[in-house]
Design a binder for this molecule. Structure first.
Ligand code: NAD
Length: 474
């Protein structure tokens, strides 16, 4: 492996305040009961800022602000709403260096990814939905599509700003107003976004940001004046939210977990497949709901493919997220690291063979070396449960039918990958996979024009594309 000199991005490009309030009705204000929590840099455990924890009264004020803003916002012609969205998109592009550094500091993801993947996609989502705002009558949802009202949105920590964009952009384009709760370990880019809204002169109350933990999210989704709930996160919390919302008349979309199969056939271009496998599971430290966390490889090429995968894994650079050479950054939190560690231990205990390339992990912070398990069977916990970390479970198959059966043998159904040179095989297999997104000879590719969502316990509803408008129209 080549030695590279460190090439750190400067953290001084972004200002982080010592403390943040809640963004309600266009301004920042402290929480009513004064509760706060700390957000840390997972690569160093350094405290980045203190953030207000919103209680029921704060959520009440935020929902009331969104309600007051709704009449004016929804009455604007679509072309006027589009101008705000375009403005937000352009400000995000202009400030993308600040935002990328902030996201890497708060989340632990490599700057290469926050700079080259997250931020361009965030801006693209706002541009894309800006384009829809004045064309809703042509979207296929009737001649006079109407917004739903106040949307309560709860998002996870793995793509903090991108998940915000997936939620906020279609909601605003369709004329809804928003109260959004970011995850408690990654609130900073959402608070920065609040400032972007101010800079874009978005009318007060159209976007409100309430920070806090699960209880804040629970107040928000249960709030009687919220008309639409959109949640991305774990299947367990998704279930709880579905119970809360049942029978209330609120609209609900859920984007939950996954355990995607990445299927490599014997005629696949192996070098590209190896890149796709690495992208599929080590991108964003594997903190990806649609990660290719189960590799299904045809038995006849398994040995060759695994040898090549191990060689490739040995070149992955794990370490400082702000170093531009880094491929794999920090695990987002101590709690997530404990979950990954526990599941990886059960993998070994249940008889699978564990392998990681030699790599030196930093002493402070939360780290987990890229890991693969071979000899995995379908009964193993590491083949069934979402690990949400840089851990790949490898299974083999002999026939396409067996590949499909194994791929579908999961409670989830968010995504899948197929690697083969034969177009007809790709189409035939894709047709039989119960997964919302199926990638062919690539993996983890996202585009705002392309809908995304799950089958089974991966949730319901679609985000992105024309389909993503539907969730926000009455
Ligand atoms: P989580 O469900 O614990 O938390 C997600 C969000 O929900 C956080 O903001 C959290 O504060 C909030 N929350 C927690 N309890 C709540 C409650 N009772 N009511 C309302 N809100 C509550 O999940 P996580 O650990 O933060 O994220 C990881 C999970 O998210 C993984 O399972 C992953 O697959 C999933 N995910 C799915 C997608 C997708 O698009 N399908 C995208 C990213 C992450």
């Amino acid at each position: 492996m080549f030695e590279y000199a460190p090439a750190p991005e400067s953290r001084s490009v972004v200002d982080i305040a010592a403390s943040y309030g809640l963004f309600i009705d266009g301004s920042f204000e402290p929480g009513r009961d004064g509760n706060v929590f700390k957000t840390v840099n997972p690569a160093t455990e350094e405290v980045l800022a203190e953030v207000a924890a919103a209680g029921p009264e704060d959520v009440d004020r935020a929902v009331a602000a969104a309600r007051r803003a709704f009449d004016g916002w929804s009455a604007l012609p679509g072309a006027e709403r589009a101008k705000y969205l375009f403005r937000i998109a352009r400000i995000i592009q202009e400030r993308s260096r600040e935002l990328a550094v902030l996201e890497s500091l708060d989340n632990g993801k490599p700057i290469r990814e926050s700079r080259d993947v997250d931020l361009p996609l965030v801006a693209a989502h706002f541009f894309y939905y800006a384009g829809w705002a004045d064309k809703l009558t042509y979207a296929g949802f009737g001649p006079d599509p109407r917004p739903i009202g106040v949307a309560g949105q709860v998002i996870p920590w793995n793509f903090p700003l991108l998940m915000l964009a997936w939620k906020v952009a279609p909601a605003l384009a369709t004329g809804n107003t928003v109260v959004l709760k970011p995850a408690e370990t990654t609130p900073l880019s959402a608070l920065f976004f609040a400032d972007v809204c101010r800079q874009a002169q978005l009318p007060p109350g159209v976007v409100n940001i309430v920070t806090g933990a699960g209880d804040t999210g629970a107040y928000l989704v249960a709030h009687p004046d919220v008309d639409k709930v959109a949640f991305t996160g774990s299947t367990a919390v998704g279930r709880q939210i579905a119970r809360t919302v049942a029978g209330t008349g609120k609209r609900l979309t859920l984007e939950l977990g996954g355990k995607a199969a990445n299927i490599v056939f014997d005629d696949a271009p192996l070098d590209q497949a190896v890149e796709g496998i690495v992208d599929g599971i080590f991108f964003n430290q594997g903190h990806v709901c649609c990660a290719g966390s189960r590799l299904l490889v045809q038995e006849s090429i398994a040995e060759e493919l695994l040898a090549s995968l191990k060689r490739r894994m040995a070149t992955l650079r794990v370490g400082d997220p702000l170093d531009k050479n880094t491929d794999v950054g920090a695990i987002n939190s101590a709690a997530q690291l404990a979950r990954i560690t526990e599941l990886a231990e059960t993998g070994a205990a249940e008889g699978a063979q564990r392998w990681s390339p030699p790599c030196r992990l930093p002493e402070r912070g939360f780290w987990f070396a890229p890991t693969i398990f071979t000899g995995v069977t379908q009964a193993h916990r590491i083949a069934r449960e979402e690990i949400f970390g840089p851990v790949l479970s490898v299974l083999t198959f002999r026939t396409p039918a067996e590949a499909v059966e194994k791929a579908n043998n999961t409670p989830y159904g968010l995504s899948a990958g197929i690697w083969s040179e034969k177009g007809s095989r790709i189409l035939a297999v894709a047709d039989r996979l119960r997964a919302g997104v199926v990638w062919a000879n690539t993996f983890n590719k996202f585009d705002p024009a392309s809908p995304f969502g799950g089958y089974k316990e991966s949730g319901y509803g679609r985000e992105g594309g024309r389909h993503g408008l539907e969730a926000y129209l009455a």
